[in-house]
Ligand binder design. Sequence first.
Ligand code: AMP
Length: 116
Amino acid sequence: MAEETIFSKIIRGEIPADIRYQDDLVTAFRDISPQAPTHLLIIPNVLIPTVNDVEESHELALGRLFTVARKLAAEEGIAEDGYRLIMNCNQHGGQEVFHIHMHLLGGEPIGPLRAK
Ligand code: AMP
Protein backbone atom coordinates (compact mmCIF):
# COMPACT_ATOMS: atom_id res chain seq x y z
CA MET A 1 0.00 0.00 0.00
CA ALA A 2 1.51 3.30 -1.09
CA GLU A 3 2.02 5.99 1.49
CA GLU A 4 -0.32 8.96 1.26
CA THR A 5 1.03 12.42 0.49
CA ILE A 6 -0.23 15.90 1.26
CA PHE A 7 -2.29 15.68 -1.95
CA SER A 8 -4.61 13.06 -0.41
CA LYS A 9 -5.33 15.51 2.40
CA ILE A 10 -6.09 18.25 -0.15
CA ILE A 11 -8.50 15.91 -1.99
CA ARG A 12 -10.34 15.20 1.28
CA GLY A 13 -10.39 18.88 2.24
CA GLU A 14 -8.30 18.25 5.35
CA ILE A 15 -5.79 20.96 4.48
CA PRO A 16 -6.49 24.15 2.54
CA ALA A 17 -5.82 24.52 -1.15
CA ASP A 18 -7.12 26.79 -3.89
CA ILE A 19 -9.26 24.11 -5.50
CA ARG A 20 -10.41 24.99 -9.03
CA TYR A 21 -12.18 21.75 -9.91
CA GLN A 22 -13.20 18.50 -8.24
CA ASP A 23 -15.31 15.53 -9.23
CA ASP A 24 -15.44 11.85 -8.37
CA LEU A 25 -12.24 11.10 -10.30
CA VAL A 26 -9.93 14.12 -10.17
CA THR A 27 -9.07 17.27 -8.24
CA ALA A 28 -7.36 20.42 -9.53
CA PHE A 29 -5.83 23.20 -7.46
CA ARG A 30 -3.29 26.00 -7.76
CA ASP A 31 0.33 25.11 -7.20
CA ILE A 32 1.56 26.61 -3.93
CA SER A 33 4.80 27.73 -5.60
CA PRO A 34 3.73 28.85 -9.07
CA GLN A 35 6.31 28.71 -11.86
CA ALA A 36 4.12 30.69 -14.29
CA PRO A 37 1.14 33.10 -14.08
CA THR A 38 -1.13 30.06 -14.34
CA HIS A 39 0.17 26.97 -12.56
CA LEU A 40 -2.41 24.36 -11.66
CA LEU A 41 -2.02 20.76 -10.57
CA ILE A 42 -4.56 18.21 -11.77
CA ILE A 43 -4.47 14.91 -9.92
CA PRO A 44 -6.41 11.65 -9.81
CA ASN A 45 -8.31 11.18 -6.54
CA VAL A 46 -6.94 7.65 -6.32
CA LEU A 47 -3.38 7.45 -5.05
CA ILE A 48 -1.01 6.46 -7.85
CA PRO A 49 2.54 7.25 -6.66
CA THR A 50 4.30 7.52 -10.04
CA VAL A 51 3.60 6.97 -13.72
CA ASN A 52 5.43 3.65 -13.25
CA ASP A 53 2.45 2.53 -11.13
CA VAL A 54 -0.21 3.29 -13.73
CA GLU A 55 -2.57 0.40 -14.54
CA GLU A 56 -5.38 -0.07 -17.04
CA SER A 57 -7.91 0.42 -14.24
CA HIS A 58 -6.66 4.01 -13.94
CA GLU A 59 -7.38 4.94 -17.53
CA LEU A 60 -10.71 6.66 -16.87
CA ALA A 61 -9.27 8.92 -14.16
CA LEU A 62 -6.11 9.63 -16.14
CA GLY A 63 -8.11 10.50 -19.24
CA ARG A 64 -10.15 12.90 -17.11
CA LEU A 65 -6.94 14.81 -16.32
CA PHE A 66 -6.88 15.96 -19.96
CA THR A 67 -10.51 17.01 -20.20
CA VAL A 68 -10.12 18.98 -16.97
CA ALA A 69 -6.87 20.52 -18.28
CA ARG A 70 -8.71 21.67 -21.40
CA LYS A 71 -11.58 23.10 -19.33
CA LEU A 72 -9.30 24.91 -16.87
CA ALA A 73 -7.07 26.31 -19.61
CA ALA A 74 -10.18 27.85 -21.17
CA GLU A 75 -11.32 29.23 -17.80
CA GLU A 76 -7.88 30.71 -17.18
CA GLY A 77 -7.97 32.38 -20.60
CA ILE A 78 -4.78 30.68 -21.78
CA ALA A 79 -6.16 28.11 -24.22
CA GLU A 80 -5.56 30.07 -27.41
CA ASP A 81 -2.05 31.31 -26.56
CA GLY A 82 -1.16 27.85 -25.32
CA TYR A 83 0.23 26.13 -22.28
CA ARG A 84 2.34 23.17 -21.20
CA LEU A 85 1.25 19.97 -19.47
CA ILE A 86 3.97 18.16 -17.52
CA MET A 87 4.10 14.96 -15.49
CA ASN A 88 7.37 14.25 -13.68
CA CYS A 89 8.42 10.71 -12.76
CA ASN A 90 10.90 9.82 -10.02
CA GLN A 91 14.28 11.40 -9.41
CA HIS A 92 15.47 12.11 -12.95
CA GLY A 93 12.08 13.58 -13.83
CA GLY A 94 12.17 15.87 -10.80
CA GLN A 95 9.17 14.37 -9.01
CA GLU A 96 8.83 15.59 -5.42
CA VAL A 97 5.29 14.56 -4.47
CA PHE A 98 4.58 10.87 -4.98
CA HIS A 99 0.94 11.16 -6.02
CA ILE A 100 0.95 11.63 -9.76
CA HIS A 101 -0.06 15.06 -10.94
CA MET A 102 -0.32 16.96 -14.18
CA HIS A 103 1.17 20.46 -14.10
CA LEU A 104 -0.76 22.99 -16.22
CA LEU A 105 1.52 25.95 -16.90
CA GLY A 106 0.70 29.03 -18.95
CA GLY A 107 0.04 32.74 -19.06
CA GLU A 108 3.44 33.49 -20.60
CA PRO A 109 5.87 31.65 -22.90
CA ILE A 110 7.07 28.68 -20.88
CA GLY A 111 10.45 28.43 -22.59
CA PRO A 112 12.53 25.49 -23.71
CA LEU A 113 11.57 22.07 -22.47
CA ARG A 114 14.98 21.57 -20.96
CA ALA A 115 17.26 24.36 -19.77
CA LYS A 116 20.76 23.73 -21.09
P1 AMP B 1 6.69 17.63 -8.71
O1 AMP B 1 8.07 18.22 -8.55
O2 AMP B 1 6.32 17.33 -10.12
O3 AMP B 1 6.46 16.48 -7.76
O4 AMP B 1 5.70 18.79 -8.28
C1 AMP B 1 5.15 18.93 -7.01
C2 AMP B 1 4.46 20.27 -6.98
O5 AMP B 1 3.58 20.29 -5.87
C3 AMP B 1 5.40 21.46 -6.84
O6 AMP B 1 5.23 22.32 -7.95
C4 AMP B 1 4.96 22.10 -5.52
O7 AMP B 1 5.04 23.50 -5.55
C5 AMP B 1 3.54 21.60 -5.39
N1 AMP B 1 3.00 21.53 -4.03
C6 AMP B 1 3.58 20.94 -2.96
N2 AMP B 1 2.79 21.06 -1.88
C7 AMP B 1 1.69 21.74 -2.28
C8 AMP B 1 0.50 22.19 -1.63
N3 AMP B 1 0.28 21.96 -0.33
N4 AMP B 1 -0.42 22.86 -2.35
C9 AMP B 1 -0.21 23.11 -3.67
N5 AMP B 1 0.88 22.71 -4.34
C10 AMP B 1 1.82 22.04 -3.66
